[in-house]
Design a protein around this ligand. Sequence first.
Ligand SMILES: [Zn+2]
Length: 171
Amino acid sequence: MRDTLVLNASFEPLSTVTLNRAVVLVLQDKAVVEQAHPGLRMRGAAIDIPVPRVIRLCRYVRVPFRRHAPWSRRGVLVRDQHRCAYCGRRASTVDHVVPRAQGGQDTWLNTVASCAEDNHRKAARTPEEAGMPLLRQPFVPSPADAMLLAMGAGVRSSPFRWPAPAGDAAA
Ligand SMILES: [Zn+2]
């Protein structure tokens, strides 16, 4: 009930996102409300919009991967927005969290974007062994993640809580 269906600008269904994310997309003028929950509105200091059940993106996005995206180095870089998981700078390589020498696999959960320096420094060690903690945990991209990445929006963060108390939702 709280997930919102997202349609591409072409009206093709893309995925579902959380209600919070849907509202953010509408407030950022990236999407319009196509269908709302009758009688419900989200109110904040500067907002008052119907609670979206279906939204449609204002611009057509080409989604790079859909359900069950196969692992790829390029996919890892896109998922991590080309940011190094160890220092946050621009990343151009993919690091195995558990190194291949220790049996680490080519999987979404075992690989992160890394700058060449950190990749070289970490070498065939785990983050613990190298004393290089991950700034964020790798995740398997969902169809919603893929869509948000294609739109250039970050994933896994939302300034909203539900229900949004008055005055708390205007940021
Ligand atoms: Zn780095």
